[in-house]
Write a protein that binds this ligand. Sequence first.
Ligand SMILES: *[C@@H]1O[C@H](CO)[C@@H](O)[C@H](O)[C@H]1NC(C)=O
Ligand SMILES: *[C@@H]1O[C@H](CO)[C@@H](O)[C@H](O)[C@H]1NC(C)=O
Length: 528
Amino acid sequence: MRTTRKCLGLILASGLLLLALFYAWSPGTSSGVDIWQRQGRPVKKLNAKMQDIISGNPDIAYHIKEDVACRLAQNPCVCQGDEETFHLPFSNLLFPRMWAHKLDVPFLESQPDPEATKRHRAQEYSSFRRRSYSPADAFIVAEANSPLQYPIQGVEVRPLKTIIIPGLGLKEETRSDHMVYLTAALGTFDVAATVANVSLKGEGEKHMILSSPLLPALNRQLQFVTYTNTVFHPKTADTVQFGTEGHQSFFTIKVGHATIPKLYYSGYQTEYNISALVTIATKTFLRYDKLKDLIDSIRQYYPTVTIVIADDNKHPQPVTGPHIEHYIMPFSKGWFAGRNLAVSQVTTKYVLWVDDDFIFSANTKLEKMVDILEKTTLDLVGGAVREVTGYTATYRHTISVEEGGEEGDCLHIRSGYHHVIEGFPNCVVADAVINFFMARKDKVLQVGFDPRLARQGHMEFFIQGLGSLHIGSCSDIIVNHASKIKLPWTKSDSQKAYEKFRYSSSKTNNIHNELFYFKNRFKCMVSI
Ligand SMILES: *[C@@H]1O[C@H](CO)[C@@H](O)[C@H](O)[C@H]1NC(C)=O
Ligand SMILES: *[C@@H]1O[C@H](CO)[C@@H](O)[C@H](O)[C@H]1NC(C)=O
């Protein structure tokens, strides 16, 4: 019963939230150019009719289906780990345990004024929301049986330019006078042609009224209605109100520049030319012997592919040879800084990331990675790393974020993947993969590597890329790992995550905590 009530509360709360979101938006009227977002403005008076549409029939009883209702997002989320029930050697491997880690307490404890830090985070978050909100995200309901015809989506205008609004119409019974009106916030209306027997009011303004005693004439006139964007913003949307007596509707016109494509010319080829398409990037520190083995192994299979090396050794040694670019960095700049530098210097369409102690073999078929990137919508594809012991890892994970209210959101990391890729039976889609991957260079640069993560950091890149990278993982593209040192992913994942995220006063850990708690606004994480 308690669950039922909780779910019911949740459903009602979500409904109210949607209402609030819908009505929070209200057009501005100032004369200056307003680049503030409309979200968060004082809520305008609720339109009683719309409210009725959303929450109608309050008298009719209903039964909550618990198994379904409880799948709806819970607000706020919590991170719950598994209890440790028994202790056996390898029990963690056989029955992986879910670990829950608080991120707020460890980070805030390290702060001189925790409350001030929390307020700072809240401020930064609200300004992020203002920057990222688009009126095109607003919730809009189309009324039943409206005589109005209008475009639901797909209308777009370049900043400060003019378009004809397609699809406008009025379908109603003939009467002595027919009238429609249009209202916008970021632009004005006009007509590209006039039609006899139609009268217009407000041409060139934000509010235009069209009326006629003849319905066909009015509908003809509606085909010539134009919208001119007058408030510059490189990427936003205008919500247009289109109404007649007793009915109103809303639709959005997207305002924005066109996306400028970034295409790579790699010469006309009948088969993939890896040298023209791919650059291999790596970062080296204290392991020139390993790096030399890596380069030699690459040259055996790919003699002309460019290799970019970022090097932050104290006493850098020359690394020379054809198609090698060696970038010396300040001493100990770190792991992610090196990745950033190396990737930024890539001029090919794809970049292959390798560690400096990997060794190419006949199974390291870069053509397979190129093939899947060329044929699918994937941005990044990981391979497999074979240890000296013969153990092969793909390190596939899924990541999700649940809403957590004011305290921050909850991050979930799980071993596994989403689905197999059709036509590529050895490949799956996941949210995070191993440290051996090929990716579209532009997409990797877009996500970037936080240069403060100096010694450790892998999952962080994929967390930053969540929602912008489409990621695959193929188990049949294999690179060998030369070192006998245990790689982090050969430990059980939960063990590793635990070691990484548990409370520690070390500087590295505090950067991780800051990254998750402050930059990404998480309050806790669960991993398995
Ligand atoms: C429509 O316009 C034409 C030409 O201006 C006029 O002759 C006619 O009377 C008008 N019809 C109505 C119904 O107003
Ligand atoms: C492959 O691309 C490289 C670099 O662009 C070029 O030098 C080479 O001639 C190409 N190879 C073939 C077979 O086209």
